[in-house]
Design a protein around this ligand. Structure first.
Ligand code: DC
Length: 214
C-alpha cells in the first residue's frame, strides 16, 4: 500500500498539510503523534511513571490501543478507557509525551499499530520518524519545517500551552528513532508559505515521483 510520510517538528503545520494532501488524493490520514499521546494519557491515568520502563512495557498490551483511519476524516485513536481520543492535547500529556515516546518498547508498540493501518489502505502518515524508521521504504517522504518563532506563534494562536522547544529538544536527541530528515526527503520550510502554497509544492513533488493526483 502507498504510504506518504510527512515528518517534522511540533507545530510545523504537518497536520494541516497531511489532511489536505490526504483529501486531495482520497487517502486516509494517520496522526502518529496521537498514538503516543494516547499511550501517555493511559499511563498517567494508570499511575505508571516513565521512570519505570518495565512497568510501562508490561502495561502496553492492556491499553487496547487501536487507530481507525478512513478517507475523509481524522484518524480515531481508541483505548480501553477512551473511545473518542479526548484529552490527548491536555497540558499533562504535552509535558510527558516525549518521555514515553523515547522508550523503545513504546515505539515498537506504536509502530506495530501504524504498520497494521498502513497495510490496509493508502495513507498519509505524519509524525517524527515515519520516513526514517516506520516506513523507510516509501519513496514519498516529506519533511515539513518552520522557524521556532513561527511554530510557537501557531500553538499560541490555537490557545494551547505547549513547550514545543523542549519537546523538540527531547524528540531530536533521544536514542530511539529521533526526529531527523530522512534520506531523500523533500524538505519544505513553511515559515513564509500559506497552506495552499505548501500543499501545491508537496503535490508537485509527489507528481514528480509519479504519484497521480485524482
Ligand atoms: O505530533 P505531536 O506533536 O502530536 O506528537 C506528540 C509527541 O509524540 C511528540 O512530541 C513526539 C512523539 N512522536 C514520536 O516520537 N514519533 C512520532 N512518529 C510521532 C510523535
Amino acid at each position: 500500500m502507498t504510504v506518504i510520510a510527512i515528518d517534522g517538528p511540533a507545530a510545523s503545520g504537518k497536520s494541516s498539510v497531511s489532511r489536505r494532501i490526504a483529501a486531495t488524493l482520497g487517502f486516509a490520514v494517520v496522526n502518529s503523534g496521537a498514538l503516543y499521546r494516547a499511550v501517555t494519557r493511559e499511563m498517567i491515568l494508570r499511575g505508571i511513571d516513565v521512570s519505570h520502563p518495565n512497568d510501562v512495557e508490561r502495561e502496553l498490551p492492556h491499553l487496547g490501543l487501536v487507530c481507525e483511519a478512513e478517507p475523509g476524516a481524522d484518524c480515531k485513536v481508541r483505548t480501553t478507557t477512551s473511545i473518542d481520543g479526548s484529552h490527548l492535547r491536555d497540558e499533562a500529556v504535552n509535558a510527558l509525551v516525549s518521555g514515553y515516546a523515547a522508550l523503545p518498547a513504546v515505539r515498537r508498540f506504536v509502530n506495530a499499530e501504524l504498520h497494521r493501518v498502513g497495510a490496509t489502505r493508502p495513507v498519509v502518515m505524519e509524525g517524527r520518524d515515519i520516513g526514517t524508521a516506520v516506513f523507510p521504504e516509501t519513496p514519498f517522504k516529506i519533511y515539513i519545517d518552520a522557524s521556532p518563532e513561527v511554530r510557537s506563534a501557531r500553538r499560541a494562536r490555537e490557545g494551547l500551552n505547549d513547550r514545543i522547544s523542549e519537546r523538540d529538544r527531547l524528540d531530536s536527541s533521544r536514542t530511539a528513532d529521533p526526529l531527523r530528515v530522512a534520506a531523500g526527503a523533500f524538505v519544505l520550510d513553511t515559515s513564509d508559505l500559506d497552506l495552499d502554497q505548501v500543499c501545491a509544492r508537496v503535490m508537485d513533488h509527489l507528481a514528480s515521483l509519479g504519484l497521480p493526483s485524482r
